[in-house]
Design a protein around this ligand. Structure first.
Ligand SMILES: [Zn+2]
Length: 404
């Protein structure tokens, strides 16, 4: 990429004419091959950010009507972001891709056609989506350079084969650490609220937004101003190249939570599923219960009630040790290098404080999704996120207690 080789702090002073700008505090250079799967919405690892560091990501563009406004807002804050572009959109608006590049943002890819069922496509079609997307964006860049080897799956619809393929290609799959639901029919106020609430809950991370939504355009200025006011710092992420080595990091920095917090439960990978397999008294959840594409408004209240019930049940089950398999003693003998932080493991088991998910977390998963092009939080993702979120909140709290 073309920008950001310096790593020193760059506060407002580095944003001429905008004394209240958020700025971009540092550039983080990452080697995609070193950590091929990142983003705690789905994975155990995420970017090695310090507390109160934020990475902005925008998906589904370029769509000039809104993408250009997003670029203007970012420019007014000297804020650098990563754009996950759709190949078909790039073909239609190649100048939009170059605008992003010329403004110093990181250009990444998000398939050619944004299929909503990436995890169900045959491997050859999934590969073609990824490859065509990269080719279209390379063509749009027009200077022979390729986009960054960062890739986000539409709808966060991960699968083993996609991940294996991406890794073999040297692509780093970016999930995210928290969304702001800006692809749903919510108000810009709601987008702002969710972005800040979820960031405050985690303290740092990758924010997933969309540059093709009016509500995102409306929410972004306040998000950036508030990041500044609350002492957050923006990090710009670029890929390592032969001339630009990766920022030195320790493996532990790529874990959202300290390993010591998680190791005892790191081999209990299926705990959230207990909520679905042991709910005899509740109506059996169909796949559609976690699928926003199939949500009729009339069903929302019912589904919300169901999800609430499931959450309550989950917490109860997790707090009941006899319901869980006893981990093998080998769990506690894992060498440091292969300890896996399973963020799905609810720390509430160790901190018996039954916590119902905030209403917005539940309702967000239930809301219908509107646009064809914004499929984040899709079937798999919604399910994952719904299972993970309350646990993560507690996990963050636990982690915070241990820290310094
Ligand atoms: Zn998308």
């Amino acid at each position: 990429m073309l920008t950001g080789t310096t790593a020193q702090a760059a506060p407002a002073a580095n944003c001429p004419g905008h004394p209240d700008a958020l700025g971009t505090s540092r550039t983080l250079v990452v080697d995609p091959r070193q950590y091929p799967l990142i983003g705690t919405m789905q994975y155990a690892k995420t970017l090695p950010l310090e507390d109160r560091e934020v990475v902005l990501t925008f998906d589904d563009g370029p769509l000039p009507k809104y993408s250009n406004q997003i670029l203007d807002i970012l420019a007014a804050h000297c804020a650098k972001a990563t754009f996950f572009l759709v190949g078909r959109q790039a073909n239609a608006n190649p100048e939009g891709v170059r605008k992003m590049r010329d403004a110093g943002h990181t250009i990444a890819t998000h398939t050619q056609n944004h299929p909503g069922n990436m995890n169900q496509l045959p491997l050859d079609r999934a590969q073609k989506e990824i490859e065509d997307g990269i080719a279209s964006i390379t063509a749009a860049l027009g200077d022979g350079t390729a986009p960054a080897p960062f890739y986000r799956i539409p709808g966060l619809g991960r699968s083993d084969v996609i991940e294996q393929y991406a890794e073999a290609k040297g692509l780093q799959i970016w999930s995210a650490d928290f969304p702001a639901d800006d692809w749903r029919p919510v108000s810009s106020q709601r987008v702002y609220d969710l972005a800040m609430q979820r960031l405050e809950a985690k303290g740092k991370g990758i924010l997933l937004l969309h540059d093709i939504q009016a509500r995102t355009v409306a929410a972004l200025p306040r998000i950036l101003s508030d990041l500044k006011a609350r002492g957050y710092r923006l990090v710009h992420v670029v890929p390592a190249t032969p001339d630009r080595p990766a920022t030195p990091t320790e493996p532990s920095q790529w874990q959202l939570h300290p390993i010591s917090e998680q190791v005892a439960t790191s081999r209990w990978p299926k705990i959230p599923n207990f909520a679905y397999t042991a709910t005899a008294a509740l109506p059996a959840p169909a796949l559609s219960h976690s699928d926003w594409r199939n949500t009729a408004p009339a069903d929302r209240a019912q589904r919300r009630a169901l999800r609430d019930a499931l959450w309550s049940q989950q917490v109860t089950l997790v707090l009941d040790p006899p319901a869980l398999p006893v981990p093998a003693s080998s769990v506690f003998k894992l060498p440091e290098s292969i300890r896996v932080t399973m963020l799905y493991s609810p720390p509430s088991a160790r901190k018996p404080e039954p916590t119902a998910p905030a209403a917005h977390e539940v309702s967000a998963k239930q809301a219908a999704r509107p646009a064809k092009h914004a499929k984040h939080g899709g079937k798999g993702a919604a399910k994952h996120a719904a299972q993970v979120k309350p646990a993560k909140k507690n996990a963050v709290r636990m982690a915070g207690l241990k820290k310094r």
